[in-house]
Design a binder for this molecule. Structure first.
Ligand code: SME
Length: 150
């Protein structure tokens, strides 16, 4: 398995290459899905007019293409501006289900100068799949996406 550093180096290359934010996000989603087999669903939501709107993703289609800030783990991460890790989604009343197989979730906000522009959302079919290393990886990827969104 490639290290976070190797993935970030590749992501930095993609950030230098792609000017169009949608293409860059698509490249980041591809990279994460490919490099971390336990990332069963990988997507990016962008914040527009107080609503989280689903952008590029890989995995099963989700009914949650628009999420208000007061709903879901996604809404909680965007409202707080902090990464949220949920070890068991079935124990969290905020959770909005996308697939019955999903057991754990991580959501990392995409921040620019303290402002939330969107977030990276990952679901895993394994319980408690996400650690501090995943948080670091996703926050680093989010930091590469953010400047392209402003
Ligand atoms: N589980 C998320 C909704 C998005 S789907 O997982 C893709 C949530 O609780 O906000």
């Amino acid at each position: 398995m490639r290290s976070n550093q190797e993935i970030c180096d590749q992501a930095a290359g993609a950030a230098a290459f792609h000017d169009d934010p949608q293409n860059l996000i698509r490249a980041m989603v591809d990279l994460l899905k490919r490099e971390r087999p336990y990332y069963n669903w990988v997507g990016v939501y962008l914040l527009r007019d107080g609503m989280l709107e689903l952008g590029p993703y890989l995995g099963k289609p989700t009914p949650h293409t628009r999420i208000p800030l007061h709903q879901g783990i996604c809404g909680a991460a965007a409202s707080s501006g902090k990464t949220i890790i949920i070890d068991d989604v079935n124990q969290d009343s905020r959770y909005l289900a996308c697939s019955l197989e999903t057991r754990s979730e991580i959501v990392a906000p995409i921040l620019w100068q303290g402002r939330v522009l969107g977030e990276i959302d990952i679901d895993s079919d394994a319980a408690a799949a996400f650690s501090a290393a995943d948080k670091e990886l996703l926050e680093a990827i989010a930091a590469l996406i953010a400047p392209k969104l402003v």
